[in-house]
Design a protein around this ligand. Structure first.
Ligand code: FAD
Length: 472
């Protein structure tokens, strides 16, 4: 059968962009439908604006930190047109930078959401077309927790918070995960009185407990109230304020309430049933090759519920496209790649590979090697602490997992992703030079610490000494 296009992409976030740009570079005939803006959540209401907000917040915060550098602290300045500036940057990137990448892609923008007519036919507004293969890259939406009364108030989520006119004077943040932590610290540093309320045991409570405790201490020192294990009974508007009633604290009042409690799937517009594509509330069901229940339809990025990170979405887009053009033995299992992640708070929290719980459950033998920023001269002199790197390592120096909490941990974690993905052992890291005095040098310290532990073995020490004396 002849199709109008080789490739149809639905959704132009990181996953859809990767598929469209790569496929068009391979001279395939590509059409891509985006219901809102190119760049998806990541570019428009996620990673990029949130990091811009955090950068501005850090600039304002550092004025109070100046005494650490032998200078007089400065009063924090008022925040003027921060949100307008963020929007200007996003408009510039969208119109001047991103658009050019789609020179060879037929774009369907502003025609509304795409929907299936059948397994090879899509419709978006007035456009109707067929494609040999279809890549669904439709992302997720913010989940709003089912607290009675919440539908009556103007809740902030990532979809509207970067279009605020001003920093609210006070903010309730519901949630304990990445977005809740980043935005709580960001808004607090921009001058809002922030209270975080969560049902769970603490910030990032499933992650390294020392990292979570360090983050909590930092937040509290910066004036953020962190209320854990709270039962949220109802929420209501009171004049210009929002009041959240918890069983433990009674009414908590703030100018605005930000919900950052996770993501939900929304496939209503797509009409997946017309194409016979299976999905659950966890996402579109995919196999290891990213194929859905219809083998010519792939689902990449957040919409399949696997990683929910931009770089994972881009990676999946690449893997799905490669799988669609290679025969069986060469197809890739997208789950085989370690997924690093970073939460861009200060200290930044990064992780890749296995966690301790998983290793314990699997009965894997491992040792823990920790190196602290507080023990590194460069970090002390430059006021970059506190922080730590914690590796989970096999007796033979294979790295299972790494957690890094502290300054630029998001940069450091990439080296450990290479190490884990390529099964590089710690003795090889030991023999690799690291530029000094960078924070990356601490990665080498992990390898040195591991080697020093080996040298605690008396037979090994005796053997090394004997060899030394034997040498002429
Ligand atoms: C505040 C915030 C901060 C974040 N920070 C980070 C970070 O620092 N690092 C990181 O890795 N991740 C971060 N994320 C997560 C990241 O944004 C997502 O993982 C990423 O955007 C997922 O990419 P995607 O391509 O799967 O989908 P999306 O980026 O969600 O894009 C999906 C696109 O599909 C479109 N669409 C949906 N349905 C249809 C349809 N039927 N027809 C046409 N178009 C449709 C949507 O309009 C959207 O543009 C953050 C998220 C938030 C909310």
């Amino acid at each position: 059968m002849a199709y109008d296009y080789d490739v149809a992409v639905v959704g132009l976030g990181p996953a859809g962009m990767a598929v469209s740009i790569m496929a068009s570079a391979m001279d395939l005939k590509v059409i891509a439908v985006e219901a809102h803006k190119i760049g998806g959540e990541c570019m428009n209401v996620g990673c990029i604006p949130s990091k811009a907000l955090l950068r501005a917040a850090a600039a304002r915060h550092v004025l109070g930190e100046l005494p650490k550098f032998g200078m007089t602290a400065q009063p924090p300045p008022p925040v003027q047109d921060l949100f307008a500036r963020i929007q200007q940057h996003l408009d510039f990137i969208g119109s001047q930078k991103t658009r050019a990448m789609f020179a060879k892609v037929e774009l369907v923008l502003g025609e509304g959401a795409a929907r299936f007519e059948d397994a090879h036919t899509l419709q978006a507004g007035t456009r109707r077309f067929t494609a040999r293969r279809i890549f669904l890259c439709t992302g997720t939406r913010p989940a709003i927790p089912p607290i009675p009364g919440i539908e009556q108030i103007a809740v902030l989520t990532n979809e509207n918070m970067f279009a605020l006119e001003a920093v609210p004077e006070s903010l309730l943040v519901i949630g304990s995960g990445a977005i809740a932590c980043e935005m709580a610290q960001g808004f607090a540093r921009l001058g809002a009185r922030v209270t975080m309320v969560m049902r769970g045991e603490g910030l990032l409570w499933r992650e390294d407990p020392e990292g979570s405790a360090l983050l909590t201490r930092t937040f509290e020192a910066e004036g953020i109230r962190v209320l854990t294990r709270r039962q949220m009974e109802r929420v209501e508007a009171d004049g210009n304020a929002v009041v959240l009633h918890t069983r433990e604290d009674g009414p908590l009042r703030a100018a605005r309430l930000l919900s950052a409690t996770g993501r939900r799937m929304d496939f209503q517009a797509l009409q997946l049933d017309r194409a016979g594509v299976a999905a659950t509330e966890k996402g579109i069901t995919v196999n290891a090759r990213l194929q859905t229940s219809r083998r010519h339809i792939y689902a990449c990025g957040d919409c399949n519920g696997h990683a929910q990170l931009s770089h994972a979405a881009m990676h999946q887009g690449m893997i799905a496209l490669i799988n669609s053009m290679t025969p069986w033995p060469f197809r890739r299992d997208f789950r085989a790649f370690p997924v690093p992640w970073t939460i861009f708070t200060e200290p930044a929290f990064s992780q890749v590979g296995a966690r301790e719980e998983e290793l314990k459950k699997r009965g894997t033998r491992y040792e823990v090697i920790t190196v602290r920023y507080e023990d590194y001269g460069a970090a002390i002199a430059e006021n970059l602490g506190p922080g730590f790197l914690r590796a989970l390592v096999s007796p033979l120096g294979r790295v299972y997992g790494m957690t890094i909490v502290g300054h630029v941990s998001g940069e450091l974690i990439n080296e450990w992703t290479t190490i884990i993905q390529n099964r590089i052992r710690l003795h090889q890291v030991l023999f690799q030079m690291h530029s000094f005095p960078t924070m990356g040098f601490l990665s080498k310290r992990i390898a040195e610490t591991w080697m020093m532990r080996r040298m605690k073995s008396a037979p090994l020490r005796r053997m090394a000494a004997a060899m030394y004396r034997l040498m002429p």
